[in-house]
Design a protein around this ligand. Structure first.
Ligand code: P1T
Length: 394
């Protein structure tokens, strides 16, 4: 972490880390260095930048700020969350290696590991990470890493970060945490011993549903060189404007997360008491089986809720279509509320029998609760549940 940031609070770091006024012009906001290349004084002699795939000052500001917010040494940004995942995977694993991955992860993460990386010769096991003994038994001589999400997408299951990082350390494995759902405001895995944090910055970090991006944050120097080399060699890097938009979003992460969490908590409580809802899954509810773990490792409970609507697929479709403020769309973490159907949308690339085994049922609906006024969101959910209930009764 940048020494000057060490004693400052999260919201302050988000606004000031690596974002000093521009030395040359005094511009208060980090400029968009919209250039592909940089003049060299002599062949090979430059001011630290030679080509924007390899590095760009706007991206450097974002990478440094993210590293400080996660409490890490280095940040590396990518064109998407999957760009971060594929670069990390190509850099750290080779055919014959074995990776343990949580069984409930973003559909695109599953698809990459299962359909792209497995044929490449890397062994992957998707397993339930809640039980440490199961994970222990899955470790083989060629196991190289444990990859986890917490809270998971879409079932909002929790993984004990500290226990998983300790287990990885004990067996000399790399621990990688996809922190997209929580964001560094709610959860910082590096302090629990995780080696590498992954983000889809498309979500809470960007926060406005207007820029796709990804990031890795490293606890220390161990993987810096190999990851920087692959970041440049594979080329899945963000352009200067994407970096700038993400940095702009990041500045307000603290205030946005507070509002997301407050709204989600209120909606989760409201839906849990509604007769047309079969189950509400939200880490902030005492009914969540890992509520205590959430209290331990998260500062608050996040903006994502999964809910099972009474009446099956038809009632769920009616519910989603009847919502007026929640837009039916993939993605999450923006200021506006979204609703989506994991089985038909974000997790459709997972085989139906695997999905069913996980509990991604046809009546499971995922809400990304935005920061609109809670009274409007509640009214919207109430009227859509009434419509779904009317259908369920027919
Ligand atoms: O979309 P991209 O920026 O490439 O990030 C992929 C990704 C990685 N990790 C998690 C936990 C994610 O949720 C995602 C993307 N997720 C969605 C698009 C979604 O609607 O769930």
């Amino acid at each position: 972490m940048d020494k000057t940031m060490r004693d400052l609070q999260f919201a302050t770091v988000a606004i000031h880390s690596h974002q000093e006024p521009d030395e040359k012009t005094g511009a208060v906001i980090t400029p968009i260095y919209q250039t592909t290349t940089f003049a060299q004084e002599d062949a090979g002699k430059h001011k630290g930048y030679d080509y924007s795939r390899s590095g760009n000052p706007t991206r450097t500001a974002l990478e440094g700020c993210l590293a400080d917010l996660e409490g890490g040494e280095h940040g590396l940004c990518f064109a998407s969350g999957l760009g971060a995942l594929t670069t990390l995977s190509m850099a750290l694993f080779k055919p014959g290696d074995h990776i343990i991955c949580g069984d409930d992860v973003y559909g695109g993460t599953y698809r990459f590991f299962d359909k792209v990386f497995r044929p490449f010769g890397v062994e992957i096991d998707f397993i339930e990470l809640a039980d440490l003994q199961t994970v222990r038994q899955a470790i083989k001589p060629n196991t190289k890493a444990i990859f986890l999400e917490t809270p998971t997408n879409p079932l909002l299951k929790l993984v004990d970060i500290e226990a998983m990082a300790a287990l990885a350390k004990e067996h000399n494995l790399i621990s990688i945490l996809d922190n997209t759902f929580a964001s560094p405001y709610l959860q910082q895995g590096l302090k629990y011993g995780i080696d590498i944090i992954l983000h889809s910055t498309t979500k809470y970090i960007g926060g406005h549903s207007d820029v796709v991006g990804g990031a890795l944050v490293l606890r220390d120097d161990t993987y810096r060189q190999v990851l920087r080399f692959h970041q440049n060699s594979l080329g899945a890097t963000p352009d200067p404007f994407a970096s700038w938009l993400t940095l702009r979003g990041l500045k307000t992460l603290a205030v946005r997360m507070k509002a997301h969490c407050a709204n989600a908590m209120a909606l989760a409580e409201f839906m849990e008491s509604h007769p047309n809802v079969e189950q509400v899954v939200y880490p902030g509810l005492p009914s969540h089986p890992q509520h205590q773990l959430a209290r331990k490792q998260m500062n608050d409970f996040g903006g994502m809720i999964s809910v099972r609507i009474r009446g099956g697929l038809d009632a769920s479709r009616t519910f989603m279509k009847s919502l007026k403020l929640f837009t039916l769309a993939e993605s999450l973490g923006g200021i506006e509320s979204l609703v989506e159907h994991p089985a038909l949308m974000t997790h459709a690339s997972i085989e139906p029998e695997v999905r069913a085994g996980l509990g991604i049922t046809d009546n499971l609906v995922r809400l990304s609760v935005g920061i609109e006024d809670i009274r409007d969101l509640k009214a919207d959910i109430a009227q859509a549940l009434e419509k779904a209930a009317a259908l369920a009764k027919v």
